[in-house]
Design a protein around this ligand. Structure first.
Ligand code: PLP
Length: 455
């Protein structure tokens, strides 16, 4: 039962704060968890209870909640120069250095970076860039954006329109011109008797058909997450990007990799596009970019789009776009440190070396009669609950199975995320073997408890 005396943190939170993406019945029954601080992969609430955060905050706190090097980098930059913008030809030295570093670690030989405050704004900005450059090149009708059902690209009006989730209909979204293709999830979307290779080929044909139906000359770009994150940690079927990339190239449609989650080693390589062997025309980054220590996003344009955007801007003597905090010097200093910490201080290596243990833990729990599938890549993983395993029949939505599992985890001091009927795990990169075992042990007890209640 929540402590709802008027002075409790929980009551105060509910009285004056909105909860985004939160199951309100859970809040009514159990109250929120109000956290005060964290150590390593754990967070601590106002009552002193400690939780292992198996979701790295919101995928982003990959270096843990108290990384001394990141805190020192932030403090040093606040002492040196606590804030500036990137308008009117001015820009902080940290911003210059971060752009150089991002191009250096990108798959691109050259290119340019534009900064935002979030992943949504990175998606939104990218769409505006495409609209702007196509129009400048005499093709203003190239405005449609192709994405996938169940893909997640953010919450602004444009990035929510790119997002392929039905809940956006409550806002009257998507806007016109946002086209959602089949979710590339073989286990759910594959047809009876279809092989994974057949499924990939079918998705390729679908893309060809959509381009033919809409007209290549009306399409501005195709945006995809290498692994669907908020869709439920869904890796693509074998050969997916190798199939779609040449089709897009043939029609002159830019391929954009939304790496807000997958960027900086979540899938075991610096970028998800490296994991899946394709070179996009641009990368969208956020979250791990600052290890969650500062709100920041980035649009990293490869050589061709960079040159085209530059030419479009030169034509009207300006790129009329920007946020007050674009390229904030403190965020950039933190990002420079975060990239170094992830790449050079053992975090990337820890993801690589513990991935087999992570996958083994998921596979073991998938032996449960009510887990239909485990899936994942690197440190992204999910277990999907089913009422009936052979037929993959989901539980009655009214049972709120994944919410119940997540709540049972919370009771045991484990934070993990319910997504549809799946439980998503994306631990911080600093997690140890023992902590990973703790994570799976607690989740197993929660699964046993909830399936005993509902199955
Ligand atoms: N793109 C992807 C792939 C994401 O996972 C997210 C957020 O989870 C976003 C975009 C939106 O980022 P933000 O929440 O920072 O706006």
């Amino acid at each position: 039962m929540p402590d709802d005396t008027a002075s409790s943190w929980e009551a105060r939170a509910s009285a004056h704060s909105f909860y985004g993406f939160t199951d309100l019945p859970t809040i009514r029954d159990r109250g929120p968890v109000i956290v005060t601080h964290g150590t390593g992969p754990y967070v601590v609430d106002v009552h002193g209870r400690r939780y292992l955060d198996a979701n790295s905050g919101l995928w982003n706190m990959v270096a843990g909640f108290d990384h001394p090097g990141l805190i020192a980098a932030a403090k040093a930059q606040y002492d040196r120069f606590p804030g500036y913008h990137a308008f009117f030809g001015r820009m902080s030295d940290q911003t210059v250095m971060l752009s150089e570093k991002l191009i250096e670690v990108s798959p691109f030989d050259t290119g340019r970076v534009f900064y935002t405050n979030s992943g949504s704004e990175a998606n939104d900005s990218l769409v505006k860039m495409l609209w702007f450059l196509w129009a400048a090149e005499g093709q203003p009708e190239r405005r449609k954006i192709l994405t996938r059902k169940n893909g997640y690209h953010g919450v602004t009006a444009v990035s929510a329109s790119m997002t392929g989730k039905p809940y956006n209909s409550v806002f009257g979204l998507p806007l016109e011109g946002f086209v959602h293709l089949t979710c590339p999830h073989f286990w759910r979307e594959g047809l009876q008797g279809e092989t994974e290779a057949d499924f990939t080929a079918r998705l390729g044909r679908e893309l060809e058909d959509v381009i033919a139906r809409e007209g290549a000359g009306t399409i501005a770009g195709f945006v995809a997450e290498p692994v669907l994150g908020a869709g439920g940690a869904i890796p693509p079927p074998e050969g997916y990007f190798r199939t779609i990339a040449p089709i897009l190239r043939r029609h002159g449609i830019p391929l954009i990799s939304d790496e807000v989650i997958t960027g900086f080693h979540r899938t075991g390589q610096t970028w998800g596009c490296e994991t899946y062997g394709f070179t996009p025309d641009a990368i969208l980054s956020s979250k791990n970019l600052t290890a969650g220590f500062f709100p920041m996003g980035a649009v990293v344009l490869g050589p061709e789009l960079s040159a085209r955007l530059q030419a479009a801007s030169e034509a009207i003597e300006e790129f009329p776009h920007g946020f007050t905090a674009s390229g904030h010097p403190v965020g950039c200093a933190i990002a420079l440190k975060a990239i170094d910490v992830i790449l050079n201080e053992g975090l990337a290596e820890n993801v690589r070396s513990l991935t087999p243990r992570f996958e083994a833990g998921l596979a073991r729990l998938a032996g449960h009669p009510n887990i239909g599938e485990w899936r994942g890549k690197g440190f992204m993983g999910a277990l999907e609950a089913v009422a009936d395993k052979p037929t993959k029949t989901p539980f009655d939505a009214a049972l709120s199975v994944s919410e119940r599992i997540a709540n049972a985890c919370t009771d045991q001091g484990l934070i993990c995320r319910p997504l549809g009927q799946s439980i998503v795990l994306c631990p911080p990169f600093v997690i140890t073997e023992a902590q990973m075992d703790e994570m799976f042990g607690k989740l197993e007890r929660a699964l046993d408890q909830v399936f005993a209640e509902v199955a």
